[in-house]
Design a protein around this ligand. Structure first.
Ligand code: ATR
Length: 278
């Protein structure tokens, strides 16, 4: 038994993605979504242990709270401060974070970047930004990261936590002059996500240019205003579906030891969003 716990959890694409991967690989597991309210989290994890679930994904709002109930936490999940994947082996629960893997794999495969550019801009300083900043700092070729956020203090705190190498420069979301030398811009804010699909994190798209890849972690809608702004200056862009699928693929591999067909997971997620939007 595999699954995802969250609150809310009804709209998650994870069961569709993972059951598609299970069908394609013929592995003998099922994956379901479980609605767990914050007060029920300890009981849910005790239940997982007692029922010998093979693993769980963890989504909002449990990614931090779950860390208090695990026997082990990976180095990566500890640094990111969030667990999105739990594996249960012989009654012991180990926590991992696959979001950092997800963004890098998506940039490489969906974004076609063989290696990352030396200068990268990251918009946002929330939970998603934390995993992405950790991932970027782990790439040797990335030497400069411009971290832009509406609330500059939050970006400063995040950089202070993760940046031991002095690679990160912090500024407000309105200070976009530094984007001119960036070869990659990642939006980790929720701006542009349904139901605010008419919004963009960048007021003025003229700071974008055709030598950059724009990666939006938003996947609903599949094409955001930011991605359309990128197109107007000739920049390539990708949405967040790849990151969603790759973080799921890494969770799948942690649980089963098998690399799943990511294309099947993407197709299942797309079909799920199609259903949700009808
Ligand atoms: P997540 O876990 O999905 O990253 P989060 O932790 O709530 O969500 O972070 C949301 C991010 O989107 C933050 O960087 C937030 O900026 P602030 O730190 O200033 O709050 C950003 N964000 C959300 N809505 C925004 C808006 N309307 N304008 C500017 N930034 C916004």
């Amino acid at each position: 038994m595999l699954g995802v716990i969250g609150d809310p959890v009804a709209h998650t694409a994870s069961p569709a993605m993972h059951n598609a991967a299970l069908a394609a690989t013929g592995l003998d597991y099922v994956y379901a979504a479980f609605h767990v309210a914050p007060a029920a989290l300890p009981e849910a994890l005790a239940g997982m242990r007692a029922l010998e679930f093979a693993g769980l994904n963890v989504t909002v709002p449990h990614k931090q709270a779950v860390m208090h109930h695990l026997d082990e936490i990976s180095v990566e999940a500890t640094a990111i401060g969030a667990v999105n994947t739990i594996i249960c082996r012989e009654g012991r629960l180990a926590g991992h974070n696959t979001d950092a893997f997800g963004i890098i794999q998506s940039l490489k495969t969906d974004g076609g970047l063989q290696s990352l550019p030396s200068k990268v801009a990251l918009l946002g300083a929330g939970g998603a930004a934390r995993a992405i900043l950790y991932a970027l700092l782990a790439q040797d070729e990335v030497t400069e990261i411009l971290l832009l956020n509406r609330t500059v203090e939050k970006a400063e705190a995040l950089a202070g936590d993760l940046d031991g190498q002095g690679k990160v420069q912090v500024a407000s979301l309105a200070e976009t002059s530094g984007l001119a030398e960036a070869g990659l811009l990642i939006n980790s804010t929720s701006i542009g996500m349904h139901p605010h699909e008419d919004d963009s994190p960048l007021a003025d798209p003229s700071c974008l240019h055709d030598r950059m890849l724009v990666a939006d972690i938003v996947y609903n809608p599949l094409e955001t205003v930011l991605m359309r702004q990128a197109a107007t200056v000739g920049a390539r862009s990708i949405n967040g579906l790849g990151m969603l699928a790759w973080q799921g693929a890494r969770s799948f591999e942690i649980w089963t030891g098998v690399q799943p067909p990511v294309a099947a997971m993407v197709a299942a997620a797309l079909a799920r969003f199609g259903e949700a939007n009808t």
